[in-house]
Design a binder for this molecule. Structure first.
Ligand SMILES: *[C@@H]1O[C@H](CO)[C@@H](O)[C@H](O)[C@H]1NC(C)=O
Ligand SMILES: *[C@@H]1O[C@H](CO)[C@@H](O)[C@H](O)[C@H]1NC(C)=O
Ligand SMILES: *[C@@H]1O[C@H](CO)[C@@H](O)[C@H](O)[C@H]1NC(C)=O
Ligand SMILES: *[C@@H]1O[C@H](CO)[C@@H](O)[C@H](O)[C@H]1NC(C)=O
Ligand SMILES: *[C@@H]1O[C@H](CO)[C@@H](O)[C@H](O)[C@H]1NC(C)=O
Ligand SMILES: *[C@@H]1O[C@H](CO)[C@@H](O)[C@H](O)[C@H]1NC(C)=O
Ligand SMILES: *[C@@H]1O[C@H](CO)[C@@H](O)[C@H](O)[C@H]1NC(C)=O
Ligand SMILES: *[C@@H]1O[C@H](CO)[C@@H](O)[C@H](O)[C@H]1NC(C)=O
Ligand SMILES: *[C@@H]1O[C@H](CO)[C@@H](O)[C@H](O)[C@H]1NC(C)=O
Ligand SMILES: *[C@@H]1O[C@H](CO)[C@@H](O)[C@H](O)[C@H]1NC(C)=O
Length: 881
């Protein structure tokens, strides 16, 4: 009892005490000086210099903090009580402005009243929309600033050098302003900072090396320089900074560097070097950095083996070694990393047996990517672990013989890659129950599957967006996925039938049914069943009948490939509704029509292939709106076209006049992306050169081709052809062309192949053609040419087969001597000597043929953008917590 009473009294005492304290503090706070009138009016002017616009901030819970700042009303006089404002308790001066995500929209000029708040120590204006203002140099007047955050606020222009005067800064964040750059170099920007702890300059164009002086900033905890176009070598000393926790220099492709010897006093928690040119080995000493939880070196040049010491990183959550050149085996000790969520080794040269079941002991695992190595997986027949978080599993080219049993018990899988294995037989029935609600991508291409066990009418996975069954041995009827499907690839199988359920797939972007045995008429729904459909690939099946006429306005189709079927009748005029079409291939059918000039206003059309059909008639004068001005490749060979070559068109084929000089190969392709994935469809083509069919799985964007061969064209070759300077291949063979070879063809300096054989051309071969330094294939056989064969440059490499069948031609390589004709050998031009070594255009025909002919994946290349830029940020923010 006593005890109870005592307790009660004590509680009462506490209550009174706290009441007293509350009264005391509130009276004290009323003693605090009110804010200064000049600062108050400066704040009000600051507010008035912007429009409040909700969409000026990206943060979902953004609200206009300045809305409560009012000249009149309850809290009008004490600006220190305003939202986002903080004053010094003794002096009443405004020392902190926290207005991030405050929906401010408008420009900041140098006369902005903000710069009158000279006592400011903290300024945070992140995530507003300053409408591409420059950062006013007056910011340098706020000399007491220790914290300055102007990130993601649409500032542009040069970072004023006055920022470097803020020598008290401990945190500087200018990241996410894409149009911001430093003209004066990075070194002088940071040279005055001695107490800096955080430096975040993501997405700013720095275009310079990282200054060594950063390694003197012993307080530095965070260095974030993603996507800054950094150059030169990363100063290794920075790794050794004792307080550094977050080091992120990803997406700087020109940044080279190596990992140092790490010490156990390192504080590093996050190390992200993704997509840089870091190289060398991953040092064993990395196992000493016990604080490290995120290590991402994807898309670098690391080599050597994976140090087993990594299993000492007991905090590790995220380890990404994808797309390097790592060799050796994956240490089994990884399974000791009990916090691990994501582990990537895809795209290396790793080999050996991997005890997969050990990984299944890591309960926290959600992402495991091992694709594209030389690994063999070892897994027990009945392993039945369910990993509660497991959503991404990539086991492409892992020597799998069957569907691994552990899949049976996974119910959260979203992404499954098992392409390029040796899986035979049927897709087992149990798979239909795996992750029904969660699967978004199932990639089973390049196996030996023959079908689905107890084939369901419609595949069960209700959220599936990507299904790759390509290059298997599927027979019978086409498996139909759920309407959620966006990318469906079944090319290179033996499928014979297709149910009209396909017409329900209204979300499709890409449908690739090429190289199957599909037969019969194409369902009329093709052409309008999905308004998203961008690529429709039906090449090499047995479709016959007419092409459906249902191509609707507003169509998204960019690529239509109906080639190598038995389509008859006319090209439907409604195809002109596909206004964004870039690629139309109807070659190798039985289409009986005149030239489809009505496609000529499709300004994006780059590739038009009508070859090997029954097209006929003269090619008409187009009229100004139907010029095919964007064409790169036109192939109308092996038809019955007649009349003159269409010079009117040549006048307007502007894309072919452009010489595509590109250092790196750019392929014609369509890109797609969804949440967490991206994919692309490459344009492909079959072209005939030297009578050899070349199949191009990928077409270089600069590649320009005219193939009018094997028709009944007559008349002369127009001079205008010589203006199509971008051409790589010109084939006019097997027609009834007459007249001279125009000397202007010597202007087609990028030509790699020219075939004028089997015509009735006469006169001499113009010596101008010897200027064609890239010409590898040349054929004028079976014409009525005469005179001496020109010499020099490429002409010295052609065989007599290039010239035979012209009784009037003489000189080497033909046996017939030129009696009356004299010629002097032109000295080899300096250009020619250069060619084999340094010329940027050293891209000979043979190289092209080999490069395209083998080794490239046909059709869609799907890549999971496992690590989006957003995720970088995510890790950073959450890593800090
Ligand atoms: C708000 O910003 C959005 C996007 O910048 C703009 O479209 C809209 O017109 C703005 N509204 C006002 C009232 O300024
Ligand atoms: C931005 O403001 C929100 C509140 O509006 C706050 O929770 C958050 O921490 C701030 N972020 C930064 C980086 O200052
Ligand atoms: C933003 O800039 C644009 C173009 O400079 C201008 O038209 C617009 O009025 C500006 N908006 C504000 C709120 O200052
Ligand atoms: C500040 O300068 C801008 C442009 O230089 C001008 O349009 C604006 O009127 C000025 N504002 C004040 C308050 O002087
Ligand atoms: C460093 O700061 C001092 C004054 O704080 C200033 O005079 C000097 O110009 C600054 N250096 C640079 C490179 O901005
Ligand atoms: C892990 O760390 C311990 C002690 O620090 C060390 O003895 C061991 O060799 C390390 N393991 C590996 C695989 O390096
Ligand atoms: C998992 O497999 C083990 C033997 O491998 C068995 O003892 C256990 O009952 C199985 N668990 C479930 C849930 O099937
Ligand atoms: C093409 O169609 C026309 C009639 O439209 C017909 O006369 C002609 O024989 C057909 N040509 C071929 C090759 O089928
Ligand atoms: C070309 O198109 C424009 C508008 O689309 C039209 O006004 C014009 O008459 C057309 N010209 C020809 C020759 O068809
Ligand atoms: C071809 O080039 C020569 C100069 O080399 C020029 O005089 C001629 O006009 C050009 N012809 C064409 C059709 O562009």
């Amino acid at each position: 009892m006593d005890n109870y009473l005592y307790q009660c009294m004590f509680m009462r005492f506490l209550f009174l005490l706290s009441l007293f304290l509350i009264l005391l503090t509130s009276s004290l706070s009323s003693l605090q000086p009110l804010c200064h009138e000049d600062e108050r009016s400066a704040l009000l002017q600051f507010k008035d210099s912007f429009i409040i616009n909700k969409s000026a901030s990206a943060y979902p819970f953004a609200y206009p903090k300045v809305a409560s700042w009012t000249p009149k009303g309850e809290h009008s006089t004490d600006c220190c009580s305003w939202d986002g404002v903080e004053c010094n308790e003794d002096t009443g001066h405004v020392i902190s402005l926290d207005l991030n995500s405050s929906c401010l929209y408008g420009s900041i000029h140098s006369n902005n009243s903000l710069f009158r708040l000279l006592q400011l120590q903290r300024l945070n204006l992140a995530d507003n929309l300053f409408n591409h203002s420059q950062i006013p140099f007056e910011v340098g007047n706020l000399s007491r600033l220790t914290y300055l955050n102007l990130s993601s606020s649409a500032f542009s222009g040069q970072v004023p050098s006055e920022v470097s005067r803020l020598s008290m800064l401990s945190s500087l964040d200018l990241s996410g302003n894409f149009d911001l750059y430093t003209k004066s170099d990075f070194r002088s920007l940071v040279q005055n900072f001695t107490t800096l702890e955080e430096l975040l300059l993501t997405d700013i164009n720095l275009s310079s090396p990282i200054p060594e002086s950063l390694a003197n900033l012993s307080s530095l905890t965070t260095l974030d320089l993603q996507n800054c176009r950094l150059q030169g070598e990363f100063p290794t000393e920075i790794f050794q900074l004792p307080n550094l926790q977050f080091l992120i220099v990803s997406h700087n492709q020109d940044l080279i560097g190596r990992l140092p010897q790490f010490h156990s006093n390192s504080s590093l928690e996050v190390l992200i070097l993704r997509n840089t040119s870091f190289s060398g080995k991953i040092p064993t000493s990395i196992g000493k950095v016990s604080s490290l939880h995120t290590l991402r070196v994807r898309d670098c040049n690391f080599s050597g083996s994976i140090p087993p010491s990594l299993s000492n990183l007991t905090q590790a959550i995220y380890l990404d070694f994808g797309h390097n050149s790592l060799t050796g085996h994956i240490p089994n000790s990884f399974s000791e990393l009990k916090c691990l969520r994501s582990l990537y080794f895809d795209g290396n040269h790793l080999s050996g047996m991997l005890n997969f079941d050990r990984f299944l002991e890591i309960k926290s695992l959600s992402v495991l990517m091992l694709s594209s190595n030389y690994l063999s997986l070892l897994t027990k027949a009945n392993s039945n672990y369910t990993l509660p978080q497991f959503h991404t599993l990539a086991l492409g080219s892992c020597n799998l013989q069957k569907f691994p049993d552990f899949l049976r018990t996974q119910n959260k899988l979203s992404w499954l890659e098992m392409q390029q294995n040796n899986i035979q037989g049927l897709v087992p029935k149990w798979l239909y129950n795996v992750s029904i609600e969660t699967f978004r991508a199932i990639l089973l291409g390049q196996n030996f599957l023959i079908g689905f066990e107890q084939s369901p009418l419609v595949l069960p996975w209700s959220k599936l967006e990507i299904l790759d069954l390509s290059s298997n041995r599927l027979q019978g009827s086409l498996p139909i996925p759920q309407p959620s499907i966006k990318i469906y690839q079944v090319q290179k199988n033996l499928i014979r039938e297709m149910s009209s359920l396909i017409c329900n797939l209204s979300s499709l972007y890409v449908l690739d049914l090429s190289y199957n045995n599909l037969r019969g008429n194409l369902h009329p729904c093709f052409g309008n069943f999905s308004s998203h459909l961008s690529a429709l690939q039906l090449r090499s099946n047995n479709f016959h009948g007419t092409i459906p006429k249902t191509w609707v306005e507003g169509s998204s189709l960019e690529m239509i490939d109906l080639s190598e079927n038995q389509f008859q009748g006319q090209l439907p005029r409604s195809m002109a509704n596909c206004m964004v079409l870039e690629y139309l291939h109807v070659g190798n059918n039985q289409i009986n029509d005149t030239f489809p000039f009505w496609l000529g206003n499709l300004s994006r059309l780059k590739v038009l292939v009508l070859g090997s059909n029954a097209f006929h008639g003269a090619i008409k004068n187009p009229g100004i709106n139907y010029t095919f001005s964007g064409l790169h490749i036109i192939d109308i060979s092996q038809n019955n076209f007649s009349g003159y070559l269409p010079a009117e068109y040549f006048l307007h084929w502007n894309a072919m006049k452009v010489v595509g000089a590109s250092d790196h190969l750019i392929y014609m392709e369509l890109g797609f992306s969804g949440d967490g994935w991206s994919s692309s469809v490459q344009f492909s083509d079959t072209l005939t050169n030297k009578g050899i069919k070349l199949e191009y799985d990928q077409i270089q964007d600069v590649f320009k081709v005219i193939d009018f061969s094997s028709n009944r064209f007559e008349g002369e070759i127009p001079e205008l052809v010589g203006s199509l300077k971008g051409l790589h291949m010109l084939n006019l063979s097997n027609n009834a062309l007459t007249g001279y070879i125009p000397p202007s063809l010597g202007n087609l300096t990028h030509l790699e192949s020219m075939d004028l054989s089997q015509n009735k051309l006469f006169g001499e071969i113009p010596t101008q053609l010897t200027q064609l330094f890239f010409l590898e294939a040349f054929n004028v056989s079976n014409n009525r040419l005469r005179g001496p064969i020109p010499h020099g440059n490429q002409f010295d490499t052609f065989q007599n087969s290039s010239f035979r069948g012209n009784p009037g031609l003489c000189g080497s390589p033909l046996l017939k001597k030129c009696g009356d004709f004299k010629y002097t050998r032109t000295p080899p031009s300096p250009f020619e000597e250069n060619r084999s070594s340094e010329s940027p255009f050293h891209f000979g025909w043979k190289v092209v043929a080999i490069g395209y002919g083998c080794g490239f994946v046909i059709g869609v290349v799907i890549g999971k953008t496992v690590i989006t830029r957003k995720y970088d940020w995510f890790v950073k923010i959450f890593g800090k917590m």
